[in-house]
Design a protein around this ligand. Structure first.
Ligand code: COA
Length: 212
């Protein structure tokens, strides 16, 4: 089953000023956290590490065993997981099968921005919406990201090589061929969250985890 966990990091302190917060974090991650130039980048990086550590512990796995795979996707033997962060939230999804997750805070975007990221068919779909277009934009954005993160290709996958269709159910086509993956969305006010997995059983609700 695909499970998704969320933590609010608004009250997390900046680890650069509070290095004690890094005491239980695995070594390579400490460097990564401190390499971020902004307090919010460091807090997101620390928050997602803390959330992942809690989840790995529940599965009897150790964060020291995390390896960075091709194109930068963190992985561990024993469970599939993926992380995402946006503004004051971090999320982590887990499953026995490959998966990717994405959270985005809904924010204003420039007019016509959609043509930069989405295929013609996806843009046509978005243009059906008026008041709700921004919501739908970020909904589709998180879906596309979650697919790119499931495969692990990330930015190396051109955004026009795969597209979503929304007829009766959500489907993903890559180079015109239907993909074996499923999408689940979760609702958090002002944010969009999508999880894409080869596993088709998803937890109904996102689980809130307190980090401290
Ligand atoms: C790095 C990328 C995988 C996601 O970046 P992002 O959306 O800025 O960031 P998110 O918060 O959702 O995810 C970051 C996490 O993904 C994980 N990740 C990194 N590389 C990954 C990869 N190749 N595949 C899957 N997950 C990856 C990491 O755990 C990372 O968090 P961490 O650095 O704290 O460990 C990459 O796909 C990207 O930059 N995408 C942007 C593409 C784009 O232009 N999208 C437009 C809308 S479709």
């Amino acid at each position: 089953m695909v499970k998704t966990y969320i933590s609010n990091i608004k009250n997390l302190l900046d680890p650069e000023e509070n290095p004690i917060l890094l005491k239980d974090i695995w070594n390579s991650r400490k460097e990564k956290i401190l390499s971020h130039k902004t307090p919010s980048g460091r807090k997101q990086s620390l928050g997602s590490a803390l959330l992942l550590q809690k989840i790995l512990l529940q599965n009897n796995l150790k964060s020291n065993d995390i390896k960075i795979g091709k194109n930068g996707k963190p992985e561990i033997e024993g469970i599939c997981f993926n992380l995402s962060h946006s503004d004051e939230y971090v999320i982590c999804s887990t499953s026995e099968k490959p998966l990717g997750c994405d959270i985005e805070k809904i924010r204003q975007v420039k007019k016509g921005f959609e043509t930069r990221f989405f295929t013609e068919r996806e843009v046509l779909y978005l243009n059906q919406f008026r008041e709700d277009k921004l919501n739908q934009f970020f909904r589709l954005w998180t879906m596309k990201e979650s697919y790119m993160k499931m495969t692990g290709e990330g930015m190396t996958l051109a955004l026009n090589r795969f597209e979503f269709s929304f007829d009766n159910e959500i489907k993903v086509y890559r180079d015109g061929i239907l993909c074996n993956c499923f999408i689940k969305e979760y609702e958090i006010p002002n944010y969009k969250i999508s999880v894409c997995s080869e596993d088709f059983i998803f937890a109904d609700e996102i689980e809130i985890i307190n980090l401290f």
